[in-house]
Design a protein around this ligand. Structure first.
Ligand SMILES: CC(C)(COP(=O)(O)OP(=O)(O)OC[C@H]1O[C@@H](n2cnc3c(N)ncnc32)[C@H](O)[C@@H]1OP(=O)(O)O)[C@@H](O)C(=O)NCCC(=O)NCCS
Length: 456
């Protein structure tokens, strides 16, 4: 029994849940028979076509000379520009890239030098919370879950906005830019409040610096002494760029489209997207990766021994290790098969950062798992399209090397993905689409109504 009566699950609830579960079960064979795509995807990972977008494109298959569809190395494009070229561009020019990527996603073209400067200044001006918001909202009843804190803060901002329900493009753009600018503060201050009130640690509320990039400000307001190395800020900036957008079909972005299509306000829409991203099947996987590696290191006598690592991976799949879920976290993707381009980009930075942090042995363990896991999964599961390391495989490792608290791993995803959500909300509204309303086939038989006194 739970000590908190609010959270208690009584026998009555258990009985009702059993009834609900019994009468909710649908025969899995019906999905195939009626050609319903579970998860709105086929076995090759190809999603049901639900809309059109210019914001990004994910490529995971190609056609061979016979016209058959075959898996290929994964590619990701932001408004037609290959993500690898985008990252290469700002890294070569020694600039931060998140603001540039956000501009590209929102406005469909790369900014000129002047446009980028003006846009960065605009975000810096918007990085100011309404008076007393931190004291009255974030510090009050801090949640143990930062995604919950973030969603509550977003919904509360509605009350501070005189034009909250205006869904004209200029107003929605203004709201989105403010949210993009504010997400780091809402997330980090929420964490500081939790860390102080729940964990008994000192409370730090550092103000952002308008001259700094989003990534630098994140580290500045998080760290007690506000200090960080150039490499740390660059790696975090790359992480933000890689997480900023991933097509209209990913769960939280599709949520953005669905909720936007009802013509509701920006705050309701973004709070719904945050709720989706919070799920461990979506934004929460990188925490699992880090914990899985901690368990692996604690369990194995020698984690440089290939056969021991292989054995541990097999135990994971057989639900005999770590969380007994049968998964090797950070491996596989709903769409990508041979490779996830975001993991490819991350890998290079992870190597340099691990050297700077004296964690090169850990990096070697990650590399070993990356090589062995697809083989072991292939031996234990039926693979249709190939399995490789996904973006979460390295992002959790990066965040732990940056000493970011695990509580902030998913909010950092949100700090990046708000750019993609904003672009998709604007695209949905600009095309004045119809309300999204797909079909669910009913497989229930018709049943006669029985008056209350005649029921058994
Ligand atoms: C992301 C994920 C849900 C995609 O699953 P999917 O769409 O079924 O992918 P595939 O069709 O390639 O999978 C083929 C089989 O391999 C299994 N598989 C794929 N990746 C796996 C993994 N990392 N661990 C264990 N089994 C895996 C699938 O469950 C499926 O087996 P099943 O048919 O018995 O269910 C899956 O790869 C996964 O759970 N990965 C671990 C969690 C994770 O890292 N998530 C972050 C994604 S960015």
């Amino acid at each position: 029994m739970s000590a908190n009566p609010f959270s208690e699950i009584t026998q009555e609830i258990l009985d009702l849940a059993k009834l609900s579960q019994k009468n909710s079960a649908i025969d899995p064979a019906l999905y195939e028979k009626l050609d319903v795509k579970r998860g709105l995807r086929d076995i090759n990972g190809k999603g049901v076509l639900a809309g059109l977008t210019e914001i990004s494109d994910i490529q995971s298959t190609t056609t061979d000379e016979t016209g058959s569809i075959i898996p290929c190395e994964g590619q990701l494009f932001y408004h037609g520009i290959n993500i690898k070229d985008l990252v290469n561009g700002f890294i070569t020019e020694k600039r931060f890239g998140f603001e540039e990527a956000t501009y590209l996603l929102l406005f469909g073209q790369l900014p000129t030098e002047v446009q980028l400067k003006n846009f960065t200044d605009l975000l810096a001006r918007y990085r100011t919370l309404p008076t007393s918001f931190v004291r009255d909202i974030i510090m009050k009843a801090p949640s143990r879950d930062m995604m919950n804190t973030l969603a509550r803060s977003v919904l509360t901002l509605y009350s501070y906005d005189d034009r909250a329900d205006d869904i004209s493009i200029p107003n929605v753009l203004r709201q989105c830019l403010q949210l993009i600018a504010l997400f780091p503060m809402l997330s980090v201050y929420g964490y500081q409040a939790y860390n102080h009130y729940h964990e008994g640690q000192s409370l730090y509320i550092h103000a952002p610096d308008p001259a700094l990039s989003t990534a630098e400000n994140l580290l500045r307001i998080l760290r007690p002494d506000s200090s960080y190395s150039a490499l740390e800020a660059r790696v975090l900036d790359v992480a933000l760029v890689l997480h900023a957008e991933h097509g209209g079909g990913n769960n939280s972005t599709f949520t953005t489209h669905v909720v936007s299509s009802s013509a509701t306000d920006t705050y309701s829409t973004i709070a719904a997207a945050i709720g989706s991203l919070k799920g461990p099947r979506h934004g929460g996987a990188n925490i699992k990766v880090v914990r899985m590696f901690e368990d692996m290191k604690a369990t194995l006598d020698d984690w440089t021994d290939e056969s021991q690592v292989r054995q541990y991976l097999r135990a994971l799949l057989n639900k005999k290790a770590f969380d007994h879920a049968g998964l090797i976290y950070g491996m596989g993707h709903a769409v990508y098969s041979l490779s996830d381009p975001r993991a490819d980009i991350f890998r290079k930075f992870v190597k340099s950062l691990s050297e700077e942090k004296g964690l090169y042995r850990e990096y070697q363990l990650y590399s070993l798992v990356e090589r062995l896991a697809p083989e072991v999964i292939g031996e234990e599961r039926r693979i249709y399209k190939g399995v490789s390391a996904n973006v979460d495989f390295y992002s959790g490792f990066v965040y732990s090397m940056l000493n970011l608290p695990t509580e902030l791993f998913t909010p950092i995803f949100a700090i990046a993905r708000i750019s993609g959500w904003s672009a998709h909300r604007l695209e949905e509204l600009a095309n004045a689409g119809k309300i999204i309303r797909p079909a669910y086939g009913s497989v229930a038989p018709r049943v006669d109504y029985v008056p209350l006194h005649q029921r058994g």
